[in-house]
Design a protein around this ligand. Structure first.
Ligand code: GDP
Length: 445
């Protein structure tokens, strides 16, 4: 899609931060510079990039250190939140009239994808239980009316087209009569497809303004091709200052051009993005969710979910206690079980692993990859007495057999867990020592 390159770049920049224990202002500046280049190369408008970078820097430098997040996660979180802001924050729903029919007018340049969008929107609205009527007021482009009739048929939505007596040749008249038709036939939403030109021109704008005045729409949706680059910004500004619009629809997000301009539309025009089109088929269409789009662009859907969950579920006191013990080599199986349960509350372990500092090594040591294995580990630890959890060395042969039988595993599994636990504890303690957490391999292990 149009954001793939940007997504790759941002992902790489942010991944570069992983594993850093602390971010200096210089680190943040360097990261901000890389993000800036990525955004500019993706065609995001300069003022938008400037504002974005300034906010990210300011927030990253002043960030309250949230104990649940490492510095890299902190920056990912900030970048994500600012991206959501640029894209409009909350999802903006369609405004519908209290007294139907609601009128939605589509405006934009020729080729932007208005007619296709009319079909998509009609199909989608019908799926939501509405009874839309499409009105063909694009009398400019040859075939536009026929094309609307074709998509209308595919969407299973009737089309009001100019015919003799319907206001042939006069798009304002066609629109007006279309609304009359909708009232007469009890359609609750009217979608008016209007004419575009290849570029912004006065006559087109005047026609759009006249149609708007005639139909008094509840929404005017500006349809913009995400592949056209910086020109999208100029076009959007011209439409805003001309006919005016209440919302934006991005089309051709499936394309391979750079789509950064589309990311700038909301910030530049101040109007929200309501829908996104990503293909030629009628189903290739969705409500635009700024948060989902941001996490898609960051290529970190899972990570962002994890960050949210970590913030919600994190028990700081418990984690600090465990960390302190870990660093001094005093971690017990009881602590380990507690931490494991806390982590598992957050979701499938495979998603979490990459994000946990030091998890790479722990994964190898403890073979923590699949959920079944985790279930087994939990069962084994639960089969131990508190004293045994505290100091697994005291578990003798017959106890190992009892624990194995009690938790439905083999004795070798119990041995494995105990041995790996010792190894891991030793390793973590020496790692902590090397990383300057103090402690080192002491403790009672
Ligand atoms: P209009 O002049 O604004 O009414 O634009 P059209 O609806 O005729 O669309 C122009 C061209 O873009 C057509 O070939 C459409 O099939 C194509 N198109 C529209 N929306 C999309 C989209 O989301 N993705 C892709 N790949 N093509 C699209």
């Amino acid at each position: 899609g149009v954001f793939s390159t940007l997504s790759d770049r941002l992902t790489t920049v942010l991944q570069g931060l992983r594993g850093k224990g602390r971010l200096s202002d210089a680190d943040i500046d360097a990261t901000a510079r890389e993000i800036r280049v990525a955004l500019l190369e993706a065609d995001v408008a300069l003022p938008v990039v400037r504002g974005f970078i300034a906010k990210v820097k300011e927030r990253a430098k002043g960030a309250e250190v949230h104990q649940a997040l490492n510095p890299a996660q902190q920056v990912v979180k900030i970048v994500n939140e600012e991206l959501v802001n640029v894209l409009g924050g909350e999802t903006r729903r369609l405004n519908l009239a209290k007294n139907p029919p609601s009128v939605i007018m589509l405006a934009g340049l020729q080729g932007a994808g208005k007619t296709t969008l009319a079909g998509k929107l009609a199909r989608w609205l019908k799926g939501q239980g509405h009874t839309p009527l499409l009105v063909a007021a694009d009398l400019q482009r040859p075939n536009a009316v026929t094309q609307l009739q074709v998509v209308g048929e595919r969407a299973g939505v009737p089309v009001f087209a100019p015919e003799p007596g319907n206001g042939v040749g006069n798009p304002v008249e066609v629109s007006r009569r279309g609304i009359e038709e909708a009232k007469a036939k009890q359609h609750d939403i009217v979608l008016v497809d209007t004419a575009g030109r290849l570029g912004v021109d006065e006559e087109m704008m005047k026609q759009a303004i006249d149609i708007r005045a005639a139909v008094d729409p509840d929404e005017v949706l500006f349809v913009v091709d995400a592949m056209v680059g910086q020109d999208a910004i100029n076009t959007a500004t011209a439409f805003r200052d001309g006919v005016g619009f209440t919302g934006v629809v991005l089309t051709k997000l499936d394309g391979d051009a750079r789509g950064g301009a589309a990311l700038s539309v909301r910030e530049v025009t101040g109007q929200p993005i309501l829908f996104a089109s990503n293909g030629e088929k009628l189903e290739d269409f969705d409500v635009f969710h700024p948060d989902r789009m941001a996490s898609r662009i960051l290529g970190m859907g899972d990570v962002l979910t994890l960050i949210e969950q970590a913030e919600q579920h994190f028990d700081q006191a418990q984690a600090e206690k465990a960390a302190a013990k870990l660093h001094t080599g005093q971690l017990t199986l009881e602590d380990f079980l507690e931490q494991m349960l806390a982590i598992r509350k957050m979701g499938p372990i495979a998603n979490l692993l990459g994000m946990l500092p030091g998890a790479g090594q722990m994964k190898d040591q403890l073979g923590m990859l699949d959920e079944k294995h985790l279930d087994r580990i939990q069962a084994i630890i639960r089969g131990m007495t508190p004293a045994e959890r505290d100091d697994p060395k005291i578990i003798n042969g017959s106890r190992r057999l009892r624990i194995a039988n009690g938790s439905g595993v083999k004795v070798s599994d119990v041995n494995d867990l105990v041995n790996r636990f010792f190894e891991a504890r030793k390793m973590m303690a020496s790692m902590a020592g090397r990383m300057g957490f103090g402690g080192g391999g002491g403790g009672k292990g």
